[in-house]
Ligand binder design. Structure first.
Ligand SMILES: NC(=O)c1ccc[n+]([C@@H]2O[C@H](COP(=O)([O-])OP(=O)(O)OC[C@H]3O[C@@H](n4cnc5c(N)ncnc54)[C@H](O)[C@@H]3O)[C@@H](O)[C@H]2O)c1
Length: 269
């Protein structure tokens, strides 16, 4: 599935990043600013968050709000007159067995992790079509490609982001617009703090996976930036991701056996 299309070296680019106050979003903002791009960082906070590089502008944007997306589009049109790169990165985490996690948790994560990305794509596609070029980059997860037990809601919304991105990469190609999806496995960020829900056991396991990962957000951002430059459809950021994704495609029985063993171990059945 990972593939490479044309290489388009454009800098400085006009870039909007969601979920830019922390973790991967912040690391991407730093990377883009360092290479001279014009960057609009956005996140939930009403005031400019600490830690953003001085070269980046800041705008509050809750990805659940249609009105906030409309404001962001108006800001981009007024300030830059266009946009080269939209990074739909904001996200939260949820872990929960199907009979433990509540419908409220499902609705919460669908609204942010899936519909937040849909809103971003819907808001900016008309502008990118007018331009006849642009690049949309959506942060999904390795969980969108391979589906470990005990985290159905997270896996489902991330698989939705993968499907949305692939669909749009086909649909928008005739308009000169590229679409990429980023699929990292666990790396160290503040994502663990967003866990909330009824399945506290799964939540603890998820938090441990994030906090104990060997990879930092900066390392992942470097790989993502190279994937964006190469206009890859699917940006896998680590060895685990490549191995797991290949195993699912080419060694399905072995993949299934590993997942079922993980379920028995992790869920104590
Ligand atoms: N850290 C990991 O192990 C990992 C692995 C795979 C994918 N991801 C994905 O990477 C993306 C970034 O997460 P991170 O790990 O950097 O976590 P993080 O918690 O450090 O950063 C996420 C940011 O998103 C923001 N955010 C949350 N809800 C929002 C909303 N409604 N509107 C706007 N912003 C909102 C938060 O305020 C925060 O700044 C997420 O989509 C996450 O699912 C993370």
């Amino acid at each position: 599935m990972p593939s490479r299309s044309r290489r388009v070296p454009t800098s400085p680019r006009r870039v909007l990043v969601t979920g830019a106050a922390s973790g991967l979003g912040l690391a991407l903002v730093r990377t883009f600013v360092a290479r001279g791009d014009h960057v609009l960082a956005t996140d939930l906070h009403s005031e400019r968050p600490d830690g953003l590089p001085s070269g980046a502008a800041y705008l509050p944007l809750d990805v659940r709000s249609d009105g906030a997306w409309a404001d962001a589009l108006a800001h981009v049109r007024e300030t830059w007159g266009g946009l080269d790169l939209l990074v739909n990165n904001a996200g939260v985490a949820a872990g929960g067995r199907i009979d433990v996690a509540t419908m409220q948790e499902w609705e919460w994560i669908v609204d942010i992790n899936l519909l937040g990305v849909v809103r971003g794509c819907r808001t900016f596609t008309p502008l990118l079509k007018e331009q006849g070029n642009g690049h949309i980059v959506n942060t999904a997860s390795l969980a969108g490609l391979v589906h470990a037990p005990g985290m159905a809601a997270y896996n489902t919304v991330k698989a939705g982001v993968v499907a949305l991105s692939e669909t749009l990469s086909h649909e928008l190609a005739p308009h000169g617009i590229d679409v990429s999806v980023v699929c990292p496995s666990f790396f160290r960020t503040n994502l663990g703090a967003s866990f909330q829900g009824a399945d506290t056991e799964m939540e603890e396991a998820g938090k441990r996976m994030v906090s104990r990962s060997r990879r930092s957000a900066d390392q992942v951002a470097q790989v993502v930036a190279r994937g964006i430059d190469a206009r890859r459809d699917v940006i896998l950021t680590d060895r685990e991701g490549h191995v797991a994704w290949r195993a699912k495609r080419f060694m399905r029985p072995a993949y299934t056996a590993v997942m079922k063993r993980a379920a028995a171990k992790r869920l104590g059945v």
